[in-house]
Structure formats: C-alpha cells, structure tokens
Write a protein that binds this ligand. Structure first.
Ligand code: HEC
Length: 117
C-alpha cells in the first residue's frame, strides 16, 4: 500500500512540474516567432541561409547548438569584434548595423538563433 501511494504522489508531481513549464515554453515560442520576423525585416538572409533558404555562403543551421547566447548577441551588436574573435575571413564581413535595434527585437532575434539546433 505504501509503495503504491508513493508512486501516485510521484505521478502527480511530474504532471504538476510539466504543467508549470508550459507558460515558459509558450513565451519562448512567441519570442522565436518574433525573432523570425525581425530576421526577415533586417534581411539577414542576404548573407545567411536557414533550412536552405537564403545565402548558402553562411548557413545558420545548428548555430544554436554551436555558440552561446552571449556570443549570439555579440555577433548581432558587434560583429566586427566577433569576426575577429572567431577569426572569420568571410567576405563581405557581417556589418555593424544592428546595435541600435530595440532591446525586444534583439532578444527575439537571439531567441530565434538559439532555437536553430
Ligand atoms: C553582409 C552579410 C551579412 C549580413 C547582412 C548578416 N550577416 Fe551574420 N555573418 C556574416 C558573416 C560573413 C559571418 C561570419 C561567418 C563565418 O565566418 O562562418 C556572420 C556570422 C553570423 C553569426 C555567427 C555564425 C556562426 O556560425 O558562428 C550569426 C549568429 C549571425 N551572423 C547572425 C546574423 C543575423 C541575425 C543577421 C541579421 C540581423 C545577420 N547575421 C546579417 C555576414 C552577414
């Protein structure tokens, strides 16, 4: 008897935990969607491809698994520094054009980039 009520308690705890995770997941999904819009509006695909769409010289597929959130943000706000750090010799280099994006747009763009795994 003791064993079965313990199992039930664990089961309830798992449901409660997954239930509390979903608002955050929904928020992430909203940020990623907004990030896709910013990516399109800023014409990042002139130089980058995602899922084969855009300029295949610089694919971004899998970039979310490759670099940290901090480096992702840095690429967008200070690509000159990041190109040097990453020893990127690609031409044309990524321009310094997005440091003044609204913070919410930047956050969304970073969330989108991090979702590319
Ligand atoms: C004029 C071309 C150009 C544009 C426009 C551009 N980038 Fe880049 N970006 C590059 C180049 C070149 C690199 C370095 C790639 C390399 O060395 O493999 C790079 C690197 C990156 C990286 C790091 C990739 C990695 O594999 O580590 C990210 C993330 C990135 N860009 C995001 C963006 C986003 C988001 C935008 C739009 C706001 C954008 N880029 C617009 C040229 C561009």
């Amino acid at each position: 008897m003791r064993r079965s009520s313990l199992t039930t308690a664990c089961f309830v705890a798992v449901i409660a935990a997954s239930g509390s995770a979903s608002p955050a997941a929904a928020q992430d999904a909203a940020a990623v969607k907004k990030g896709q819009e910013v990516y399109a509006a800023q014409k990042c695909s002139v130089c980058h491809a995602i899922g084969g769409q855009g300029n295949k010289a610089n694919p971004l597929d899998g970039v979310g698994a490759k670099i940290s959130a901090a480096d992702m943000r840095q690429w967008i706000v200070d690509p000159t520094a990041m190109s040097a750090k990453a020893k990127s010799e690609k031409k044309p280099p990524m321009p310094n054009r997005w440091a003044k994006l609204p913070a919410a747009d930047l956050d969304a763009l970073v969330a989108y980039m991090l979702s590319l795994k």
